[in-house]
Design a protein around this ligand. Structure first.
Ligand code: KIV
Length: 263
């Protein structure tokens, strides 16, 4: 069995210039495939609100839903580091609540780390969670939980603020930072300035690693895909073909065949 990916593995990969691969997953079958393919990090993202629950934003996702999905994913993983995503309002109301909720990901769902959105504004929270011995991944730039404050899902271009946020979350104790929806040259500058690994999504090729939402890159739905997504497979088409074949064979009585019955 291969050794588990840890924060130390990720630091070493950054130092050695080896790219970190990350994807989201939300259940046991897909996590088995992602882990089996050798992806380094699996984020159980609150994006599940949109791609699994069919909601318009990530805001309604609850802690209990996140724990339910994270536990399914960790049961499937042998090598990948599993990061649980702190949902909206799981860390904003108080530092104590944030530490308690972060701890639940490790105690109840067997995650190895948590992620939360925000820069300078969440540094106290990052510091408190890290001090409790829980690795924290920060997430700056386009932060979907602030969709109403940002006026939509918009690329973030304030270079000075993005660099300051990145440096502050590192100083607060984050082991890594997701850079979402920011110009490639700003992401490259941040990656060069930080000692912790940057994981990009819509942030260009110079980040230390890349992450995509699994259901976007596998073509599992018909929702609008942002410009930064590359669709690597068309699983919805394959599934629809299989389901239609089943429907036809039941209707024309070719399924079940004799070989599917008991004597
Ligand atoms: O929720 C999520 O899937 C995320 C990734 C897009 C980084 O935050």
């Amino acid at each position: 069995m291969q050794p588990r990916v840890t924060t130390t593995t990720l630091f070493k990969m950054k130092q050695e210039g080896r790219k970190i691969t990350a994807l989201t997953a939300y259940d046991h079958p897909f996590a088995t495939m992602v882990d089996g393919a050798g992806i380094d990090m699996i984020l159980v993202g609150d994006s599940l609100g949109m791609v699994v629950q069919g909601k318009a934003t990530t805001l309604p996702v609850t802690m209990d839903e996140m724990l339910y999905h994270t536990a399914m994913v960790t049961r499937a993983c042998q090598r990948a580091m599993v990061v649980g995503d702190m949902p909206f309002m799981a860390y904003q109301s108080s530092i104590d609540a944030a530490v308690d909720n972060a701890g639940r990901f490790l105690k109840e769902a067997d995650a190895s780390a948590v992620k939360l959105e925000g820069g300078a504004d969440v540094c106290e929270v990052i510091h408190a969670i890290a001090r409790a011995g829980i690795p924290v991944q920060a997430h700056i730039g386009l932060t979907p939980q602030s969709v109403h404050q940002m006026g939509g899902f918009k690329v973030q271009r304030d270079q000075e603020r993005l660099i300051a946020d990145a440096l502050k979350v590192q100083e607060a104790g984050a082991f890594s930072v997701v850079l979402e929806g920011i110009p490639s040259d700003i992401a490259a500058t941040i990656t060069e300035k930080l000692t912790i690994p940057t994981i990009g999504i819509g942030a260009g090729a110079d980040c230390d690693g890349q992450i995509l939402v699994l259901h976007d890159m596998l073509g599992l739905h018909d929702r609008h895909l942002p410009k930064f997504v590359k669709q690597f497979a068309d699983l919805k088409k394959l599934a629809m073909e299989g389901i239609a074949s089943y429907r036809d064979e039941v209707r024309n009585q070719t399924f079940p065949g004799k070989e599917h019955g008991y004597k």
